[in-house]
Structure formats: C-alpha cells, structure tokens
Write a protein that binds this ligand. Structure first.
Ligand code: ADE
Ligand code: ZN
Length: 326
C-alpha cells in the first residue's frame, strides 16, 4: 500500500543500536570461516541466529562477537551495518561500542579499534549520507569492576564522536547504583548518559536509573508503563526512552506489538524514540519497525515526524551535527 511505502521511506534517526548485535549472521559466519573458528550453537539450520530466551540470547551474542578479533573486523562490520542503516532511510545513528569486546578494556587497544570504526563511519557518511556517533557501553553482567576500565576508555576518547556512555547486558544482575562510579567518571568527562532499564525489571529499575545514575535517556524503559506516577515523572523531566518494539516482542517482554506500551507512553507525554537494538537477531529493520507501528497503532506521518524531532533533540551529538539533519 502507498501509505506504508511512504512511511518505510521516511528519513529516520536511530539512537539504540548495538554494533555487534547489528552484525548479519552471514557476516559473522564468513569471519569465522576465514579464521577457522567453530561457533557451536550460534546458527540455526536456516542460517539465522539461534537462541531460546534473553539469557541465551546474550550467550549467543557473545559467542558470535568472539569472531570479531581486530580493528579491521570492526571496520568491516561498521561498513556493513551502515549500508543496512542507509538502505532503511536512516540518516543518523548512535551505536553502542564495547571496549570489553574491542581490546578487552585496554585503552591502547581501544584507541585502535575506535580509529578503525571511525574511518569506516567517515567513509560511509561520504558515500551513503548516514552519520554515525558512538556511545561507549559497559556490560552489566560483567560486573562493576570491569565497567571501570571501560569508563576510562570512554573518558579518554570523549569528544565530538564518542558522545555518550551507557550500560547494556543482563538487567537481572546487580543494581544500577553499583555502576555509579563509572557513570560519574563518564559524566565528568562530558559524556551524555543512558542505561538499559525497564526491559526485564519493572518501574523500580527505571526509577533507579534516573535517581542513581542520573541518566537523561533510558534504553527500553518501557516497563515504566506499569507505574503511572513514574510515567508522569518521566514525561515531566523529559527523560527520553529508546524504545525497541521488535526487540521486546521477539524476546518476549510483550506477547505482541498490540500489547506494547509505546503508544500509551507517547500519548501520556513521554518522549519516545524508535530503534532496532540488534536487528538481525530480531529479524527486524528500521523500516520494518515503522511499518509495524503504522499498522498496529495507526501512526501516520505526523506521529513519525514528532518521533524524528524528539530523536534529533535527544541525540547526544553537537548542535551543528543536529542542524544538518533537519
Ligand atoms: N545487549 C544487546 N542487546 C541487549 C538487550 N536487548 N538488552 C540488554 N543488553 C543487550
Ligand atoms: Zn539494547
């Protein structure tokens, strides 16, 4: 239908994308073959990623990521990811980068990975018109001690390209406040902050993220919808949710998109944005997300326009970069 084609084609801003999670399975299989690595259990017979639940997803994610072993591998990955973004009408993207996977938290190694990623991103911007910025991320289930060298990597490379610091991983391990030292270090280096919360745990976790880490954006945050007083506080404080509807449905946070709170949150005044999280793992893309939201909630171009403006406003890049997007 014409209306849906127009919505798929809209220019898009994506704020929540894990670079390793955006690696197509064929890309990872190719790397493994080149290096003669065995990636047992990572792929289903049809070639897609195979996992059963969220904890297993994280294990498969890390196993697939183990095929990425050099700055050159990450440069090739960056190019592949941005080709897909551009094909989906994405004009600006912020992706999570993990020093844990890029040099094991060593600053010198991290600088080499970052240099390779940036070169690939700059080339993609020239050839495909999609702008990328990085958010350094620590991984919650690796624990607060491993987050400290990651925060140091973030602080030492903070600037016009590394624009934020964040945390992903298993929300059922530890507490947000265990990571306050690392988030404080990143904030003092001038980085903007986001953390995954309210994906697997309820509204209390979202409140912890805001109170204990003082983040201005939240990865997912959707389960805040279970506490209307908290929803109103998020709206009032202008906290931005990086909502990944397809991810939530595929991982079973909600049984179907119709049961997802994104539209209720938006209607109650919360700043919501739309992202894919780990698109090949969830068999999704930015155009697919837009189409599904249009069909399920009747979102029209006006709603997507509001989402785009919210996303640009909430982006962590500088004002000149934003101005070029509008
Ligand atoms: N890392 C990659 N995807 C994630 C997700 N959906 N939740 C937490 N950590 C992640
Ligand atoms: Zn995520």
């Amino acid at each position: 239908e014409e209306r849906i084609a127009a919505i798929r084609a809209l220019p898009k801003v994506e704020l929540h994308l894990h670079i390793e999670g955006a690696a197509p399975p064929g890309f990872i299989r190719g790397l493994a073959q080149e290096k003669s690595l065995r990636l047992d259990g990572v792929f289903a017979p049809d070639g897609s990623y195979a996992y059963t639940d969220f904890v297993h997803f994280l294990q498969i994610y890390e196993a697939a990521t183990s095929a990425l072993r050099s700055p050159e591998d990450y440069a090739r990955l960056t190019t592949a990811v941005l080709e897909e973004s551009a094909a989906n009408g994405v004009i600006y993207s912020e992706c999570f980068l993990s020093p844990d996977f890029c040099g094991g938290g060593d600053l010198g190694a991290w600088r080499e990975y970052l240099h390779a990623i940036r070169e690939a991103a700059d080339a993609a911007e020239r050839s495909m018109g999609v702008t990328l910025r990085g958010i350094v991320t620590c991984i919650r289930h690796f624990g607060p001690e491993r987050a400290k060298p990651v925060a140091l990597c973030a602080a030492e490379t903070a600037g016009d390209w590394i624009v934020g610091f964040g945390m992903g991983g298993d929300e059922n391990k530890g507490r947000q406040k265990d990571f306050a030292y690392s988030f404080d270090m990143a904030r003092e280096a001038g980085l903007r902050l986001t953390t995954h919360a309210g994906e697997w745990r309820g509204p209390g976790e979202v409140a912890d993220a805001v109170n204990d880490l003082r983040v201005e954006r939240i990865g997912h945050g959707v389960r805040a919808a279970e506490d209307l007083a908290l929803v109103d506080r998020l709206a009032e404080d202008g906290v931005v949710l990086e909502v990944c509807p397809g991810s939530n449905v595929t991982l079973g946070v909600y049984p179907k998109l119709g049961a997802h709170p994104i539209d209720k949150l938006r209607e109650r005044g919360v700043k919501v944005t739309v992202s894919t999280d780990d698109p090949p793992f969830f068999h999704t893309s930015m155009a697919d997300e837009y189409e599904a939201l249009a069909k399920t909630f009747g979102w029209d171009e006006e709603v997507f326009d509001e989402i785009a403006r919210t996303s640009v406003e909430a982006a962590f890049c500088d004002a000149d970069t934003k101005a070029a997007l509008l």
